[in-house]
Design a protein around this ligand. Structure first.
Ligand code: SF4
Length: 291
Protein backbone atom coordinates (compact mmCIF):
# COMPACT_ATOMS: atom_id res chain seq x y z
CA UNK A 1 0.00 0.00 0.00
CA UNK A 2 2.49 2.68 -1.10
CA UNK A 3 -0.27 5.33 -1.17
CA UNK A 4 -1.03 4.95 2.53
CA UNK A 5 2.63 4.78 3.50
CA UNK A 6 3.55 7.91 1.56
CA UNK A 7 0.51 9.83 2.83
CA UNK A 8 1.35 8.90 6.41
CA UNK A 9 5.02 9.96 6.04
CA UNK A 10 4.14 13.31 4.47
CA UNK A 11 1.43 13.91 7.06
CA UNK A 12 4.03 13.32 9.80
CA UNK A 13 6.26 15.93 8.20
CA UNK A 14 3.38 18.43 8.22
CA UNK A 15 2.70 17.72 11.89
CA UNK A 16 6.31 18.36 12.93
CA UNK A 17 6.53 21.45 10.74
CA UNK A 18 3.40 23.03 12.20
CA UNK A 19 4.35 22.41 15.83
CA UNK A 20 8.12 22.97 15.98
CA UNK A 21 10.44 25.42 14.33
CA UNK A 22 13.23 24.00 12.21
CA UNK A 23 16.47 23.70 14.19
CA UNK A 24 18.24 26.55 12.38
CA UNK A 25 15.39 29.05 12.84
CA UNK A 26 15.09 28.15 16.53
CA UNK A 27 18.85 28.62 17.01
CA UNK A 28 18.76 31.93 15.17
CA UNK A 29 16.00 33.26 17.43
CA UNK A 30 17.94 32.10 20.50
CA UNK A 31 20.99 34.03 19.28
CA UNK A 32 18.96 37.16 18.54
CA UNK A 33 17.35 36.95 21.95
CA UNK A 34 20.73 36.62 23.66
CA UNK A 35 22.12 39.62 21.77
CA UNK A 36 19.08 41.88 22.19
CA UNK A 37 19.51 44.78 24.62
CA UNK A 38 16.23 46.70 24.42
CA UNK A 39 13.75 45.89 27.19
CA UNK A 40 10.58 45.62 25.10
CA UNK A 41 12.32 43.51 22.48
CA UNK A 42 13.65 41.17 25.19
CA UNK A 43 10.11 40.78 26.55
CA UNK A 44 8.82 39.92 23.08
CA UNK A 45 11.50 37.27 22.61
CA UNK A 46 10.42 35.79 25.95
CA UNK A 47 6.82 35.65 24.62
CA UNK A 48 8.03 33.96 21.44
CA UNK A 49 9.91 31.25 23.37
CA UNK A 50 7.03 30.81 25.82
CA UNK A 51 4.78 30.32 22.78
CA UNK A 52 7.20 27.77 21.29
CA UNK A 53 7.43 25.83 24.57
CA UNK A 54 3.66 25.71 24.93
CA UNK A 55 3.14 24.59 21.35
CA UNK A 56 5.45 21.64 21.92
CA UNK A 57 4.03 20.83 25.36
CA UNK A 58 0.42 20.97 24.20
CA UNK A 59 1.25 19.51 20.78
CA UNK A 60 -0.43 22.35 18.91
CA UNK A 61 0.57 24.53 15.96
CA UNK A 62 3.00 27.24 17.06
CA UNK A 63 1.01 29.90 15.20
CA UNK A 64 -2.71 30.02 14.49
CA UNK A 65 -1.94 30.72 10.84
CA UNK A 66 -0.64 27.40 9.55
CA UNK A 67 -0.44 28.90 6.08
CA UNK A 68 -1.10 27.57 2.64
CA UNK A 69 1.20 24.65 1.90
CA UNK A 70 3.92 24.77 -0.71
CA UNK A 71 5.98 21.70 -1.59
CA UNK A 72 9.39 21.62 -3.25
CA UNK A 73 10.12 18.15 -4.54
CA UNK A 74 13.48 16.79 -5.56
CA UNK A 75 12.67 13.35 -6.84
CA UNK A 76 15.17 10.82 -8.06
CA UNK A 77 14.54 9.96 -11.71
CA UNK A 78 14.15 6.35 -10.58
CA UNK A 79 11.97 6.99 -7.53
CA UNK A 80 9.33 4.29 -8.04
CA UNK A 81 6.30 6.19 -6.71
CA UNK A 82 6.40 9.35 -8.79
CA UNK A 83 3.00 8.54 -10.26
CA UNK A 84 1.25 8.69 -6.89
CA UNK A 85 3.24 11.48 -5.29
CA UNK A 86 0.99 14.42 -6.16
CA UNK A 87 -2.13 12.58 -5.04
CA UNK A 88 -0.37 11.52 -1.84
CA UNK A 89 0.59 15.12 -1.07
CA UNK A 90 -3.02 16.25 -1.46
CA UNK A 91 -4.32 13.40 0.71
CA UNK A 92 -1.63 13.99 3.35
CA UNK A 93 -2.65 17.65 3.47
CA UNK A 94 -6.25 16.67 4.15
CA UNK A 95 -5.16 14.19 6.81
CA UNK A 96 -2.93 16.72 8.57
CA UNK A 97 -5.66 19.35 8.40
CA UNK A 98 -7.76 17.03 10.55
CA UNK A 99 -5.14 15.50 12.79
CA UNK A 100 -2.73 18.35 13.68
CA UNK A 101 -5.06 20.31 13.11
CA UNK A 102 -4.13 22.87 10.46
CA UNK A 103 -6.29 25.96 10.10
CA UNK A 104 -8.61 25.87 7.09
CA UNK A 105 -6.83 28.41 4.92
CA UNK A 106 -7.30 27.52 1.26
CA UNK A 107 -10.08 29.42 -0.48
CA UNK A 108 -10.83 28.94 -4.16
CA UNK A 109 -10.25 31.89 -6.47
CA UNK A 110 -13.28 33.95 -7.53
CA UNK A 111 -15.81 32.05 -5.42
CA UNK A 112 -13.64 32.82 -2.36
CA UNK A 113 -15.14 29.73 -0.73
CA UNK A 114 -13.01 27.92 1.83
CA UNK A 115 -12.52 24.30 0.80
CA UNK A 116 -12.20 23.26 4.43
CA UNK A 117 -9.26 20.92 3.90
CA UNK A 118 -6.36 23.10 2.71
CA UNK A 119 -6.54 21.77 -0.82
CA UNK A 120 -7.85 23.45 -3.96
CA UNK A 121 -6.87 24.19 -7.53
CA UNK A 122 -3.05 23.95 -7.60
CA UNK A 123 -3.06 24.12 -3.82
CA UNK A 124 -0.89 22.85 -2.23
CA UNK A 125 1.52 24.34 -4.75
CA UNK A 126 4.13 21.83 -5.92
CA UNK A 127 7.49 22.63 -7.53
CA UNK A 128 9.21 19.67 -9.18
CA UNK A 129 12.86 18.94 -9.73
CA UNK A 130 14.08 15.60 -11.09
CA UNK A 131 17.52 14.58 -9.88
CA UNK A 132 19.69 11.47 -10.35
CA UNK A 133 18.98 8.54 -8.06
CA UNK A 134 15.94 6.79 -6.64
CA UNK A 135 15.25 8.61 -3.35
CA UNK A 136 12.81 11.41 -2.68
CA UNK A 137 13.51 14.71 -0.94
CA UNK A 138 10.66 17.00 0.06
CA UNK A 139 10.76 20.53 1.46
CA UNK A 140 7.47 21.93 2.67
CA UNK A 141 6.85 25.58 3.48
CA UNK A 142 3.85 26.93 5.37
CA UNK A 143 3.08 30.28 3.73
CA UNK A 144 1.23 32.36 6.28
CA UNK A 145 -0.81 35.40 5.29
CA UNK A 146 1.18 38.09 7.11
CA UNK A 147 4.56 36.83 6.02
CA UNK A 148 3.42 36.42 2.40
CA UNK A 149 2.18 40.01 2.31
CA UNK A 150 5.52 41.74 1.55
CA UNK A 151 6.33 39.39 -1.36
CA UNK A 152 6.85 41.00 -4.76
CA UNK A 153 9.01 40.82 -7.85
CA UNK A 154 9.95 43.22 -10.59
CA UNK A 155 12.07 43.54 -13.71
CA UNK A 156 14.47 46.42 -13.13
CA UNK A 157 15.10 49.08 -15.74
CA UNK A 158 18.38 48.61 -17.63
CA UNK A 159 21.32 50.11 -15.71
CA UNK A 160 19.61 49.86 -12.32
CA UNK A 161 21.97 46.95 -11.70
CA UNK A 162 22.74 45.36 -8.37
CA UNK A 163 22.20 48.71 -6.63
CA UNK A 164 18.64 48.45 -7.96
CA UNK A 165 18.36 44.95 -6.49
CA UNK A 166 19.43 46.21 -3.05
CA UNK A 167 17.09 49.23 -3.27
CA UNK A 168 14.16 46.97 -4.16
CA UNK A 169 14.86 44.75 -1.14
CA UNK A 170 15.15 47.74 1.19
CA UNK A 171 11.99 49.41 -0.18
CA UNK A 172 10.06 46.15 0.21
CA UNK A 173 11.14 45.51 3.79
CA UNK A 174 10.86 49.14 4.92
CA UNK A 175 7.36 49.45 3.44
CA UNK A 176 5.93 46.04 4.36
CA UNK A 177 8.29 44.08 6.61
CA UNK A 178 6.66 45.23 9.81
CA UNK A 179 3.45 43.37 8.81
CA UNK A 180 5.23 40.05 8.63
CA UNK A 181 6.01 39.37 12.32
CA UNK A 182 9.76 40.09 12.39
CA UNK A 183 12.54 39.14 12.86
CA UNK A 184 12.32 38.24 9.20
CA UNK A 185 13.90 35.63 7.01
CA UNK A 186 14.40 37.48 3.72
CA UNK A 187 14.62 35.52 0.48
CA UNK A 188 15.91 37.36 -2.58
CA UNK A 189 15.78 35.97 -6.12
CA UNK A 190 17.69 37.40 -9.07
CA UNK A 191 16.92 36.30 -12.63
CA UNK A 192 15.68 37.40 -16.05
CA UNK A 193 11.97 37.91 -15.46
CA UNK A 194 9.53 38.50 -12.62
CA UNK A 195 8.56 34.81 -12.53
CA UNK A 196 12.08 33.40 -12.15
CA UNK A 197 13.04 36.05 -9.60
CA UNK A 198 9.93 35.29 -7.56
CA UNK A 199 10.40 31.53 -7.45
CA UNK A 200 14.11 31.89 -6.66
CA UNK A 201 13.26 34.23 -3.79
CA UNK A 202 10.98 31.55 -2.36
CA UNK A 203 13.64 28.87 -2.82
CA UNK A 204 16.07 31.17 -0.98
CA UNK A 205 13.87 30.75 2.11
CA UNK A 206 14.59 27.02 2.01
CA UNK A 207 18.29 27.62 2.63
CA UNK A 208 19.24 27.45 6.29
CA UNK A 209 19.40 30.58 8.40
CA UNK A 210 23.06 31.27 9.13
CA UNK A 211 24.39 29.45 6.07
CA UNK A 212 26.84 31.29 3.85
CA UNK A 213 26.20 31.64 0.12
CA UNK A 214 28.64 29.55 -1.93
CA UNK A 215 29.13 32.52 -4.29
CA UNK A 216 31.40 35.10 -2.59
CA UNK A 217 29.75 38.10 -4.29
CA UNK A 218 26.29 36.89 -3.35
CA UNK A 219 27.56 36.24 0.19
CA UNK A 220 28.85 39.83 0.38
CA UNK A 221 25.55 41.18 -0.85
CA UNK A 222 23.63 39.09 1.69
CA UNK A 223 25.84 40.42 4.49
CA UNK A 224 25.56 44.05 3.41
CA UNK A 225 21.78 43.96 2.98
CA UNK A 226 21.40 42.23 6.35
CA UNK A 227 23.55 44.85 8.07
CA UNK A 228 21.54 47.63 6.44
CA UNK A 229 18.19 46.13 7.39
CA UNK A 230 19.37 45.48 10.95
CA UNK A 231 20.44 49.10 11.28
CA UNK A 232 16.79 50.13 10.81
CA UNK A 233 16.03 48.33 14.11
CA UNK A 234 12.60 46.92 13.22
CA UNK A 235 12.92 44.50 16.15
CA UNK A 236 10.75 41.52 17.09
CA UNK A 237 7.12 41.91 15.97
CA UNK A 238 8.07 45.27 14.47
CA UNK A 239 8.08 47.03 17.85
CA UNK A 240 11.74 48.11 17.54
CA UNK A 241 14.91 46.40 18.67
CA UNK A 242 18.56 46.17 17.76
CA UNK A 243 18.02 43.87 14.75
CA UNK A 244 15.41 43.34 12.03
CA UNK A 245 16.19 40.14 10.19
CA UNK A 246 17.37 36.62 10.89
CA UNK A 247 19.11 36.40 7.53
CA UNK A 248 19.11 37.51 3.91
CA UNK A 249 19.45 34.58 1.49
CA UNK A 250 19.99 35.13 -2.23
CA UNK A 251 19.36 32.64 -5.04
CA UNK A 252 20.13 33.58 -8.62
CA UNK A 253 20.06 32.37 -12.22
CA UNK A 254 21.81 33.40 -15.42
CA UNK A 255 19.85 36.25 -16.97
CA UNK A 256 19.29 38.20 -20.17
CA UNK A 257 21.94 40.94 -20.53
CA UNK A 258 19.25 43.59 -20.87
CA UNK A 259 17.20 42.60 -17.86
CA UNK A 260 17.85 41.96 -14.21
CA UNK A 261 14.78 40.96 -12.24
CA UNK A 262 14.51 40.82 -8.46
CA UNK A 263 12.04 39.06 -6.22
CA UNK A 264 11.57 39.24 -2.46
CA UNK A 265 9.81 36.65 -0.34
CA UNK A 266 9.67 36.96 3.41
CA UNK A 267 9.42 34.48 6.25
CA UNK A 268 8.35 35.57 9.73
CA UNK A 269 9.90 34.71 13.12
CA UNK A 270 7.80 31.55 12.80
CA UNK A 271 9.33 30.47 9.51
CA UNK A 272 8.01 26.95 9.25
CA UNK A 273 9.61 24.69 6.74
CA UNK A 274 10.27 21.01 6.97
CA UNK A 275 12.60 18.74 5.04
CA UNK A 276 12.46 15.00 4.67
CA UNK A 277 14.43 12.31 2.86
CA UNK A 278 12.42 9.23 1.91
CA UNK A 279 13.90 5.98 0.66
CA UNK A 280 12.77 4.47 -2.62
CA UNK A 281 11.04 1.53 -0.90
CA UNK A 282 9.35 3.91 1.61
CA UNK A 283 10.75 1.73 4.40
CA UNK A 284 12.72 4.56 5.97
CA UNK A 285 12.67 8.32 6.15
CA UNK A 286 14.48 11.07 8.01
CA UNK A 287 13.19 14.52 8.87
CA UNK A 288 16.36 16.53 8.45
CA UNK A 289 15.07 20.01 9.31
CA UNK A 290 14.19 19.37 12.95
CA UNK A 291 16.12 17.98 15.87
S1 SF4 B 1 3.35 36.37 10.02
FE1 SF4 B 1 4.02 34.35 10.81
S2 SF4 B 1 3.92 34.50 13.06
FE2 SF4 B 1 2.76 36.23 12.18
S3 SF4 B 1 0.62 35.49 12.15
FE3 SF4 B 1 1.52 35.09 10.13
S4 SF4 B 1 2.32 32.98 10.23
FE4 SF4 B 1 1.96 33.66 12.34
Amino acid sequence: MPHKKLESIISSLLEVTAIKLPTDVYASLQKMRAEETQTLACELYSCIFDNLDKAELLHRPLCQDTGVLQFFIRAGAHFPHLDILEESIFTATKLATESVPLRHNTVECFTEKNTGNNTGKLSPWIEWEIIPGDDLHIDVYMAGGGCSLPGRSKVLMPLEGYEGVAKFVFDTIVDWGVNACPPLVVGVGIGTCAATAAILSKKALLRKVGSVNANPQAADMERMIKEGLDSIGIGPLGLTGTKSVQCVNIEFAGHHPATLAVGVTVGCWATRRGSIDISADLASYAITSHS
